[in-house]
Design a protein around this ligand. Structure first.
Ligand code: GLU
Length: 305
């Protein structure tokens, strides 16, 4: 398996120069654009990895899967999907346009920024610290890594440059789509995005979803079978933003990307497959990561379509 992963990473490296690291969060601009790693976690709980496996990235939007899973478990599907839709969006991840154009002003899906901010507002916790602790705990249970934590420098950097996400939050409140203290909810959002992890952590998280909600390493049930299925369905249709269709054609299994350069893939009944490579394409998805996953999908027959 290490050899297959290594070959896919080498092919992925071939496109790194066409990408660029995210700079709109200044701290992310310090990431190494040439780093690339891949990991595979089977449902037997064994993890293999190759490439620059020491690379640590922040989860960014991948954390939205954990907070949505938590919301589905604590609030129920009906409550969550009354407030946020489940349809793909052909707009960029932080777009405000569609939110305003159509009433009711419901975010299109929970994996774009407006939807994820709204999902956090639904969690039954009194403030940001409690809310973030619960999301962090969920990522620890999904990855089986008790040491996961928030990269404070990245969280602070995003908070300082958060005009767009603040606009989304205040707009949602102005149209009564979201209740609560917007600053407090956004604070949780910035911190959950800054949870730091390795490519192996992401592979185990993907495997937890592939195993119907049970972490294959710790054998702990993190989500119900139904929640795991809903999360995989949304990852398949909305996981790579306006690049989700292209990813389905080229790679063909559910995945969620983040602007830190991670992509967490989940192949039901088989494995979690992940990549970490901070150089992004124009849609904010890891350019070398997608190329690597395309190769792995072929060599390991991972396509679910
Ligand atoms: N923290 C990022 C933002 O809100 C997440 C976006 C992403 O990973 O795609 O802009």
């Amino acid at each position: 398996m290490e050899i297959v992963l290594g070959e896919a990473v080498s092919i992925g490296r071939g496109v790194l120069e066409q990408g660029a690291v995210a700079t709109y969060i200044p701290e992310l601009a310090k990431s190494d654009p040439m780093a690339l790693a891949a990991a595979y976690c089977g449902l037997d709980g064994r993890v293999c990895s190759a490439g620059d496996t020491g690379t640590m990235i922040t989860m960014q939007s991948i954390s939205k899967v954990a907070s949505l899973g938590l919301a589905l478990e604590l609030c129920g599907e009906e409550v969550v999907f009354t407030r946020v839709g489940v349809e793909p969006s052909a707009d960029p991840f932080n777009s405000i346009m569609r939110l305003e154009m159509r009433a009711p002003h419901r975010p299109q899906n929970p994996l774009i920024n407006s939807g994820a901010i709204l999902v956090l507002s639904l969690l039954p916790f009194s403030g940001s610290s409690e809310r973030v602790a619960a999301v962090l705990e969920t990522t620890r249970r999904m990855s089986g890594n008790e040491r996961l934590g928030v990269n404070q420098a990245v969280a602070a950097s995003e908070k300082e440059t958060s005009d767009r996400n603040r606009s989304l939050g205040y707009f949602l409140r102005s149209v009564e789509a979201m209740e609560g203290n917007v600053d407090d909810i956004l604070d949780s959002y910035f911190r959950q995005c800054a949870i730091e992890c390795s490519v192996e952590d992401l592979a185990v998280m993907g495997a937890t979803l592939a195993g119907g909600g049970v972490n294959p390493m710790t054998r702990e049930r993190v989500f119900s079978r139904r929640t795991a299925l809903v999360l995989r369905a949304l990852m398949m249709t909305c996981g790579l933003y306006d690049g989700s269709g292209d990813f389905a054609v080229r790679v063909g299994f559910p995945a969620k990307s983040g602007v830190g350069g991670g992509i967490m893939g989940s192949v039901a009944g088989r494995a979690g497959v992940a990549v970490a490579g901070p150089a992004l394409d124009e849609r904010g998805n890891s350019i070398g990561g997608i190329r690597t996953l395309e190769e792995l999908s072929k060599s390991l027959s991972l396509r679910v379509l």
